[in-house]
Design a protein around this ligand. Structure first.
Ligand code: NAD
Length: 337
């Protein structure tokens, strides 16, 4: 059994912790948190061992009736792999403590690619994690684009992909984020960093990206145009994409017209936190004109990287093959719509 710890128990960390706890070959040894807020309380209610990330703040946990099982160092002494889910940039600051404990680490997409030996998505870069001491699961947007472009490139060839990303302004609980009444280019300078980030896990595929931020919280939307090297029919593209376990082709007539309906669907299915681990693509939007493919997809920013983190742990700590790891992860979580 792979012994796993999670450092940073927020939006991504709590989902990764649940996903690890659900795996047949992993043990969640505990979660480390900096502040004893409502998420710390919910970790304890889920019977996860709670550790204080900052040894100078253990008394704050005791003061609110959440005595920690120890400090981050104690947790790191007991694990094979730690998943760092701290805010962007904090992961890099933690690298020294992970190295001092000689534990392998999975970082998140808010970190620079240089934080780790390799960047990771299971579909495109599983083998890069073998023997690595540290990998970085790429961001929610990059994960969603790599999952889509990899099968398209393999089957039809990609001359250039051009993607406009309409990004959610913040996650639902991020009351300090915005915009609240505008749609703003972010960044204004083109292209955005997303294309090069996709290339860290899908090298050799030409991807140009532009990004805007919108006053929504549920999901990102991607408007995709790919100039292919061949001329498949739209049905051939749909069939290819429908075969990918982490792509959900929204059926025509389902009455799903946006992120709101997608989240409602996930909640009706009993998905934890209404999570959509799969890219959600509108089958009706798939259109081919000559060598140009067009489609819309949505990405649930809080959820799509979660199965990738699980696979990154398995890729680093075992010799399990990519397909077997992805199938194990998907079955344990219920990925696949
Ligand atoms: P978050 O703010 O929701 O959670 C971060 C957690 O880490 C909080 O509980 C915070 O208290 C805790 N923390 C802060 N400093 C810490 C420290 N020094 N040690 C331990 N814990 C500490 O952030 P998030 O949205 O979960 O993002 C985590 C990472 O995942 C970032 O790199 C982010 O870019 C990336 N990511 C986020 C999303 C998203 O949409 N939220 C999607 C994909 C990737």
């Amino acid at each position: 059994m792979i012994q796993v710890g999670v450092n940073g128990y927020g939006t991504i960390g709590k989902r990764v912790a649940d996903a690890v706890a659900a795996q047949p070959d992993m043990v969640l040894r505990g979660v480390a948190k900096r502040s004893p807020n409502h998420e710390a309380e919910s970790a304890v209610k889920r019977e996860y061992d709670l550790y204080a990330a900052d040894p100078d703040r253990t008394d704050e946990f005791e003061a609110v009736g959440l005595p920690p099982a120890g400090t981050l160092s104690d947790l790191l002494a007991d694990v094979d792999v730690v998943v760092d889910c701290c805010p962007a940039g904090v992961g890099a600051q933690n690298r020294d403590i992970y190295d001092a404990h000689d534990v392998r680490v999975v970082f998140q997409g808010g970190e620079d690619a240089t934080v780790a030996d390799a960047s990771f998505t299971a579909r495109t870069a599983f083998e890069t994690a073998r023997d690595a001491d540290a990998v970085r699961v790429v961001s929610c947007n990059s994960t969603g684009l790599a999952r889509l472009l990899a099968p398209v490139a393999e089957s039809f060839g990609v001359e250039t992909a051009r993607v406009t990303l309409i990004r959610r302004g913040g996650d639902p609980a991020q009351t300090d984020r915005g915009p609240i009444n505008d749609i703003v280019p972010d960044p204004v300078g083109l292209p955005s960093h997303h294309g090069p980030d996709v290339n860290t896990v899908l090298p050799g595929v030409d991807v140009d990206t532009a990004a805007l931020k919108a006053p929504v919280t549920a999901m990102h939307t991607h408007s995709v145009n790919v100039t292919l090297e061949t001329t498949p029919t739209a049905d051939e593209v749909r069939r290819l994409l429908a075969d990918e376990s982490r792509l959900f082709l929204i059926p025509e007539g389902a009455g799903i017209d946006g992120a709101g309906a997608l989240k409602e669907y996930a909640m009706d299915l009993g998905r934890p936190r209404g999570d959509l681990w799969e890219n959600c693509l509108w089958g009706e939007s798939v259109h081919v004109s000559g060598r140009d493919l067009y489609l819309f997809q949505n990405v649930h920013q809080e959820a799509d990287v979660v199965p990738e983190n699980v696979d990154a742990i398995r890729a680093m700590a075992t010799d399990t093959a990519a397909a077997e790891s992805m199938a194990t992860t998907d079955q344990a979580l219920g990925v696949g719509l």
